[in-house]
Design a protein around this ligand. Structure first.
Ligand SMILES: Nc1nc2c(ncn2[C@@H]2O[C@H](COP(=O)(O)OP(=O)(O)OP(=O)(O)O)[C@@H](O)[C@H]2O)c(=O)[nH]1
Length: 880
């Protein structure tokens, strides 16, 4: 077809040139004037755009078309088969090749109308098919609005879309013009960029030489919508495939896990007889533990708990009543109560989280090393002794001389431990000294189950001899089973008498080698350095004898020596590697915290990448500050470390991580019955050496076959924090005769749950311990501490006696309560408060931070500096 001018086409279409130009603009065909020419393709487009309608019956037809569009060609799926039935492919072919329908004259409207009424649906489809093929239908046309046209087209065309693309349709179109041949399927499926702008789209359409036949009749928006829809379909498909892939992956992982579990079970199913003796024992222990454990949540109903225990709920209700708890069957009970009940039925209750933590921490369990993997490691040494006997001076001397020898001008970094190199007759040896005050290394750490020290160096000043803390140190070391090397210090001093020190030490079980014993004693001077080399040689020798070994080729584990929060560097912890090798980048758990080793420094402040057994290192990277004595472990990754730490924190928060079960007189009998206690360890403090001996003898005589009474430490003076910590480390009780715990000892006892008992009559001590061992401890009278006041002045009041002007330091002082007057830690009076005044007024009580006047019943020997302790006595049923 030749080019057609706009006015010619307008005439042909029966419309004005202006109207046509308007339409052409809508179709985005640029025309300047009626004389502009249009090519064949453009003419086709225009004609397609304009709908033919019978002019005289315009309204009727319009109505019909409305009906059609609403009812007939809706893309409802149910209607599709019907349509298919009605439209025979052959007919369609016939239509496809049929000449254009002649124009309808106004006179013929009536007959046409009838015909149309009969074939409404058939007509509609024909029209659609014609439209599909881009054929011109009639010259008698009516102009529809573009919106209307688009709407109709959408409605009509959709149902056919798939068919048109389908094979049968393709075959049914033998006469498709080459020019409009569809691009092949692959090309049509070219992916569309995710966010297609109209311009991009037009470019895209223009770039396709042969656009999709359908698309050439559509507006750019429609094409865009169409492509977007396709794109979305494609994306949905991809998403679906991804989902399926993930599900499959998960299933695969599950299958793998199941397989692994099955394999483990199979191993576990190895017949008992085929296991080695050790494995048999392990299996028995595991089975017994499993049978004994009930895992329960924080709160559980009586019924549920009864089910778990395998007992009748009514029975449990009775047990609860016996415990003084009246609850209904569906009411919840707390974990503590449940644990008590479980114990009655021979089971151990475990919190759900605790169980999980245990399984997590199973990973932390150490596998025994093979003999061939063990390599010698340096010894860890703690220096102990009485105040001012020269511990710090000795350590400084050793540290400084050795450091200076190694690296001139080097400044020792204080990280809680020092590594020194010593030349001995056996060659160069490495020794590791802990800086922590001796007793702490033994108590705080031992209380957490960490035994770090290999050798204890006991410093005794030659001019002072054995003093209370010397004895304490000996007892600490003995309780921990650590060999002692004695450094008799200050031999440079004129009054020094090493022989006398040796003599005194023999009274505490330390016999010098030169006297036939086995304790190494070296006279030294920390000030001049005399004898220090010999001391170091002796330490190295002792270490040699001990054959200290560890496996360096495995993930590290050890103990936190000290930890602090550094303003710039965050949590900083000094870790002592006990086994394995700690490396930068390792994921670690330390106490309640986790992290990754970001950086490590040795005791000289040098950055190091690795630390082997016995090496102390300062570590950065933990997410919190652990406690001294906490153990640390390297785990497989940071995620596991955090998981363990979180679980530990959770349990700590819920206070489920109870303190290690401590021995107490009240529970001694039940603990003995349960086999938890075979020895009753006692830390004994009294006001005089004479009483100590008497009490020690009487208590030790109480030992029976079931339980042995052992005094692990005895001393004169008040009960101190050290005594409590020693008791905590050795699972002991503290007995005070005529002495009292000081405030730090009281706090420590509360924290560590140590049973501290004080008496005024020796017979009472013996009687109570005896009864406790027989399970006959009478309903206990528990002392409840109220507060204490310091005596700052005394006044003599006629007829009343001495009144103490006091300052209440903590708690409260009550008029009707009991009072005890303590002088230098020793109880000098125990009785009642006779009067309590604020200025001149009698008051019922005085709180901490205030001054008051206190009179004691029938007691006038009050001195400035004394402490008045106020308490009440409460009766407590045993076991409550
Ligand atoms: N003459 C002499 N004086 C010494 C010697 N060793 C330590 N001293 C002195 O004794 C005093 C106490 O020494 P420290 O090293 O502080 O004693 P300590 O045992 O660490 O004391 P605390 O840390 O308080 O327990 C200091 O004035 C030292 O200089 C020594 O071998 N000879």
């Amino acid at each position: 077809m030749a080019k057609v001018r706009v006015h010619q086409l307008a005439k042909e279409l029966g419309m004005s040139s202006k109207e046509l130009i308007e339409k052409l603009k809508e179709l985005e065909i640029p025309v300047k004037s009626p004389s502009s020419s249009l090519d064949e393709k453009q003419v086709m487009l225009v004609k397609e755009f304009l709908e033919p309608v019978e002019v005289p019956a315009r309204e009727v037809v319009e109505e019909k078309k409305e009906e059609e569009t609403v009812v007939a060609p809706q893309p409802e799926k149910e209607e599709r088969p019907e349509q298919k039935e009605q439209v025979e492919p052959k007919e369609e072919v016939a239509q496809a090749v049929a000449p254009p329908v002649p124009a309808v004259k106004a006179e013929e409207v009536e007959s046409e109308k009838e015909k149309k009424e009969e074939e409404t649906k058939e007509e509609a489809r024909k029209e659609e098919r014609k439209e599909d093929r881009g054929r011109r239908r009639t010259s008698d046309v009516r102009i529809l609005s573009p919106e209307e046209l688009a709407r109709r087209r959408r409605r009509r065309r959709r149902p056919f879309r798939k068919e048109e693309r389908g094979e049968e349709k393709k075959e049914a179109r033998p006469r498709r013009r080459e020019k409009f041949k569809k691009p092949d399927r692959e090309e049509r499926r070219k992916p569309v960029p995710e966010k297609v702008t109209r311009e991009q789209l037009e470019k895209l359409v223009a770039s396709t030489k042969e656009p999709r036949e359908k698309e050439k009749h559509k507006t750019a928006e429609e094409i865009l919508a169409e492509r977007k829809r396709e794109q979305k379909e494609l994306e949905d498909q991809k998403k679906f495939e991804e989902l399926m892939r993930r599900i499959e992956e998960k299933n695969r992982a599950k299958r793998k896990k199941r397989k692994k579990k099955k394999k483990e079970e199979q191993i576990a199913e190895v017949p008992f007889e085929e296991l080695s003796e050790e494995e048999q024992l392990q299996r028995l222990i595991e089975e017994e533990e499993r049978a004994k454990t009930v895992v329960i949540p924080e709160v559980i109903s009586v019924r549920e708990f009864a089910e778990k225990l395998g007992v009748e709920p009514t029975q449990l209700l009775q047990d609860l009543i016996a415990l003084g708890k009246f609850v209904a069957i569906n009411q919840p009970i707390d974990f503590e109560t449940a644990a008590k009940l479980a114990e009655k039925y021979g089971k151990v209750a475990k919190l759900e989280g605790e169980e999980e933590l245990e399984s997590l921490e199973k990973e932390l369990e150490e596998t025994p090393d093979r003999e061939e993997d063990l390599k010698p490691r340096p010894p860890i040494i703690t220096v102990m002794g009485h105040v001012d006997h020269g511990k710090t001076t000795l350590l400084d001397y050793i540290r400084n001389t050795r450091v200076a020898e190694k690296e001139a001008g080097g400044i020792t970094q204080h990280i809680g431990a020092s590594v020194v190199e010593v030349d001995t007759s056996e060659g160069r040896k490495t020794l590791v000294f802990l800086d922590t005050p001796g007793h702490e290394a033994f108590t705080a750490m031992r209380a957490r189950g960490a035994q770090v020290t290999d050798i204890a160096v006991l410093v005794v000043a030659a001019d002072d001899g054995v003093m209370p803390q010397t004895i304490e140190a000996i007892n600490h070391a003995k309780a921990a089973g650590v060999p002692i090397i004695v450094a008799i210090n200050k031999i440079d001093k004129p009054g020094a008498n090493p022989e006398r020190v040796k003599q005194e030490l023999t009274q505490h079980g330390l016999i010098p080698e030169d006297w036939g014993g086995d304790t190494i004693m070296v006279p030294v001077s920390a000030r001049t350095g005399e004898g220090v080399d010999e001391l170091l040689e002796m330490i190295a020798l002792q270490a040699e004898l001990m054959e200290l070994k560890a496996n360096p080729d495995k993930p590290a584990r050890g103990v936190v020596l000290e930890a602090k929060l550094d303003k710039k560097r965050g949590p900083v912890a000094t870790l002592l590697v006990q086994t394995g090798t700690l490396k930068v980048g390792d994921a670690i758990v330390a106490g309640l915290y986790a992290g990754k080793v970001r950086a490590m420094f040795d005791d000289k402040g040098n950055s190091v990448k690795e630390a082997g057994p016995s090496m102390p290192v300062e570590v950065l990277g933990l997410d919190g500050v652990p406690l001294a004595g906490d153990k640390f472990y390297v785990v497989k990754d940071e995620k596991t470390a955090r998981k363990i730490a979180e679980k530990r924190q959770e349990l700590a928060r819920e206070s489920a991580l109870e303190k290690e079960k401590r021995v107490s007189l009240e529970e001694l009998f039940s603990q003995m019955q349960a086999g938890e206690v075979k020895e009753l360890n006692v830390v004994l403090k009294a006001d005089a050496q004479g009483s100590i001996e008497a009490i020690r003898k009487s208590l030790e005589e109480l030992s029976t076959d079931e339980v042995k009474v052992r005094i692990i430490h005895a001393g004169v003076g008040p009960i101190t924090e050290n005594d409590v910590m020693l008791a905590a480390a050795s699972n002991a009780i503290v007995i005070g005769f005529n002495v009292r715990p000081d405030s730090s000892a009281r706090k420590a006892a509360e924290q560590e749950k140590i049973d501290v008992r004080t008496y005024r009559v020796i017979y009472d001590i013996i009687d109570e311990v005896k009864k406790a061992m027989q399970g006959l401890l009478a309903p206990e009278e528990k002392e409840v501490y109220l507060g204490s006041a310091e005596v700052r002045a005394t006044f003599k009041v006629p007829k009343v006696g001495t009144v103490a002007g006091c300052y209440v330091k903590d708690g409260v002082i009550r008029r009707n309560a009991m009072a005890r007057l303590v002088r230098d830690g020793v109880v000098v009076y125990d009785g009642k408060i006779a009067s309590l005044k604020r200025f001149k007024d009698d008051v019922r009580e005085v709180q901490a931070g205030y001054e008051c006047g206190v009179g004691l019943e029938n007691f006038n020997d009050i001195k400035v500096g004394d402490v008045i302790e106020c308490y009440t006595i409460e009766k407590v049923e045993r076991g409550a």
